[in-house]
Design a protein around this ligand. Structure first.
Ligand code: SF4
Length: 297
């Protein structure tokens, strides 16, 4: 029998009633808005997403408005949020949804997953949060909770593999109200069962959690944490956003971009910048023609 019993469901629902976080996408069932929030929140802190989400919706309020935009306008609006290829994937998806589905997303996770750029997580999130499907959702926060609850972990970064996490999430899903259940677990992972500093004494399920009050794993986390790539103390994603802004109206050479990024540009800067530009070309964000870079159209 699972350790997550109906009594545990109740504890989590009760906790969620008084501790839920307020986000603009939680007051809508609009599939476009929910998918947008899910894509923006991938690999980005959810608090940062709110500002971009609001601004984006003023500019591109629907699938069809996004589908009609140019790629460079889309990248410009996304600029600063990082992982810009997400913006291009969302743009292509909007074009497909507009042309093939009359701007309406399909409703089931299986159908959603057939669309470009929608993986298992996003498909389940949209099915549940927009269409009220009774399905589990497994993001990084939920995977962390499921891992910790089910076995005593030996490091803060330890996680169940994907298949096991989805199976477990399916098993422990309450019979109804998957929407609140999934949102509650996301909030619990985002505020209480955090990666490095779980607050077990405030956790509503500390009485059944196998890893509750385990201090050892926190010490190991510092060793395994990945550093964000950066240059001169500034994260690479910031440079990528600046490059997209510089290229919005003009094609530029690597030397021209370097001159605009740094007053005192060195040959090492140019070498590093060239490697970043090459990756952006490889990721489909830029094209290079006759040694000039420009944004894909
Ligand atoms: S008791 Fe601690 S480790 Fe377990 S789920 Fe709660 S916060 Fe996470």
């Amino acid at each position: 029998m699972s350790i997550i019993t109906p009594a545990v469901h109740k504890k989590i629902f009760r906790w969620y009633t008084s501790h839920q976080r307020s986000f603009p996408w939680r007051t809508t069932r609009n599939p476009y808005r929910i998918l947008l929030s899910e894509i923006m929140a991938q690999q980005t802190q959810v608090r940062r997403v709110v500002e971009y989400y609001r601004r984006w919706l003023k500019r591109f309020p629907t699938f069809s408005s996004l589908a009609k935009a140019s790629a460079s306008d889309v990248l410009r609006e996304w600029s600063g949020l990082g992982y810009n290829s997400r913006a291009l994937r969302f743009h292509r998806l909007a074009q497909q949804v507009s042309s093939q589905f009359h701007s309406r997303l399909p409703k089931t996770p299986d159908e959603l997953q057939k669309l470009p750029g929608i993986g298992k997580y996003s498909a389940h999130a949209v099915a549940c949060f927009a269409f009220n499907a009774q399905v589990p959702v497994v993001d990084v926060n939920i995977r962390r909770i499921l891992t910790r609850v089910s076995k005593k972990i030996s490091s803060a970064s330890e996680m169940m593999n994907d298949d096991d996490a989805w199976k477990f999430a399916e098993q422990v899903l309450p019979q109804k109200n998957a929407y609140n259940w999934n949102q509650a677990l996301m909030d619990l992972g985002g505020t209480i069962c955090t990666a490095r500093n779980p607050n077990c004494s405030e956790c509503p399920i500390n009485s059944i959690c196998a890893s509750a009050f385990s201090k050892k794993f926190l010490q190991k986390y510092a060793v395994t944490k990945k550093q964000e790539p950066s240059w001169k103390g500034i994260p690479r994603r910031i440079y990528r956003g600046k490059i997209l802004k510089l290229l919005h109206f003009h094609s530029l050479s690597v030397d021209e971009i370097a001159g605009l990024l740094w007053n005192d540009c060195t040959s090492n800067d140019t070498v590093w910048l060239t490697s970043v530009l090459d990756i952006m070309v490889k990721n489909g964000l830029l094209i290079a023609v006759k040694k000039k870079y420009s944004i894909v159209q």
